[in-house]
Design a protein around this ligand. Structure first.
Ligand code: ADP
Length: 356
């Protein structure tokens, strides 16, 4: 199968990670940490995740003219990402993130965006041809909103689906939401966008409905270890996550988005694509770092085909007695994944029917 063309617009950072027993409180010093650097930034993470998952990826980004930027670009090239639209900014340093990772996998992150803040609508317009030729455009919110909006408009005009991961959380103009084919907030982001606290499947459904009402075609709320709640015109499903031992959850959402874009770009039905993304993201949380943690295609396929992948990882949230059949179940293994849902086995809609 030809690798689907995926266009990612977004940030590139160098992550400086300290792994320690727990995350320090304000004013507190904790000794005994272990230090590492890793390539990160949501845009770059999603690009790398998509490339490793099987995408033919082009990245639109800005880095500084410094050693961090050089290293980042070298990393993209190593992952066979097209870098002709990665600009070396003459005036701003490369983006940097300082990350604490606690023993239990929780993290705390501070970002100095640098050149990412100067990714402009003009940068995106220069890549108009690449946008129009893509199977999907993937974006997040670590670069200026007006740049994201410009890319969304160009994509919509070319009828290319836009996957927007609204992270870090911020309010979004309705005008942008109407251009989004798939919105992928986590629980916190979903709450910020809707005012509905997402704590279980029921509240995820309410938040998703509120977002659909704002003009988004498909909403996928990622729920950490529990998987992802999917809502579209004819679909309401919790796609369960995979049971893994978390080491570092940094970039789980990024890996999810990158892998999702590839699976959809390959023409997989929505729920199958979400399961593929859950598998990729689950593997990523078993490893330290952002880009280093993104799995390659074979690893994702191995997890999807492994008998240990069934039954679903954790009990879906808020599952009340008697409602179990409403929850998606997954048929036994084999490379050809099939999802059995309780919608009477209706054929799944192809990508084009779900997203523009
Ligand atoms: P974010 O990283 O943006 O906060 P989530 O925490 O919701 O997003 O995680 C994104 C996806 O990563 C989830 O939908 C799930 O597929 C996967 N994931 C996250 N944490 C775990 C975990 N502990 N075990 C298995 N999968 C996980």
């Amino acid at each position: 199968m030809a690798r689907p063309k995926i266009l990612v617009v977004g940030s590139s950072n160098t992550d400086m990670i300290i792994k320690l027993d727990r995350i320090p409180q304000p004013g507190e010093t904790i000794l005994g940490g272990e230090f590492a650097t890793a390539a990160g930034g949501k845009g770059a993470n999603q690009a790398v995740a998509a490339a490793r998952a099987g995408g033919d990826v082009t990245l639109i980004a800005r880095v500084g003219r410094d050693m961090f930027g050089e290293k980042a670009v070298a990393g993209f090239v190593q992952d066979a990402i097209h870098v002709q639209h990665v600009t070396r900014d003459p005036a701003a340093p490369s983006g940097v993130a300082l990350i604490f990772v606690a023993k239990d996998g929780e993290n705390s992150i501070a970002v100095a965006g640098g050149a990412n803040g100067r990714l402009s609508p003009a940068d995106v317009k220069k890549a108009k041809g690449s946008i129009a030729g893509a199977k999907a455009v993937v974006m997040q919110l670590e670069t200026p909103l007006k740049t994201v909006q410009t890319a969304a408009k160009l994509a919509a005009r070319a009828e290319v689906p836009v996957i927007l991961n609204p992270a870090p959380a911020q309010k979004l103009p309705g005008e942008l939401l109407k251009l989004v084919s798939i919105l992928t907030p986590n629980e916190t982001e979903a709450e910020l966008l809707t005012g509905i606290a997402v704590t279980n499947e029921k509240s995820a459904a309410r938040a998703a409905d509120a977002l659909l009402a704002q003009g988004v075609e498909t909403v996928i709320i990622t729920l950490g270890a529990r998987g992802a709640y999917v809502a579209a015109a004819s679909t309401r499903e919790l796609v369960p996550g995979f049971r893994v031992k978390p080491v570092d959850t940094t970039a789980a959402g990024d890996v999810f988005n990158g892998a999702l874009a590839v699976a959809l770009g390959e023409g997989r039905p929505l729920l199958e694509a979400v399961r593929f993304a859950n598998a990729a993201a689950a593997i990523s949380v078993t490893r330290l770092g952002a880009q280093p943690s993104a799995p390659v295609r074979k690893e994702i396929e191995t997890l999807l085909a492994s008998p240990g992948a069934f039954p679903p990882a954790l009990s879906p949230v808020d599952r009340r007695a008697g409602t179990e059949p409403d929850v998606q179940t997954i048929s036994s293994g084999g490379p050809e994944l099939s999802l059995q849902t309780t919608d009477g086995g209706k054929p799944k809609k192809p990508l084009g029917a779900i997203i523009r």
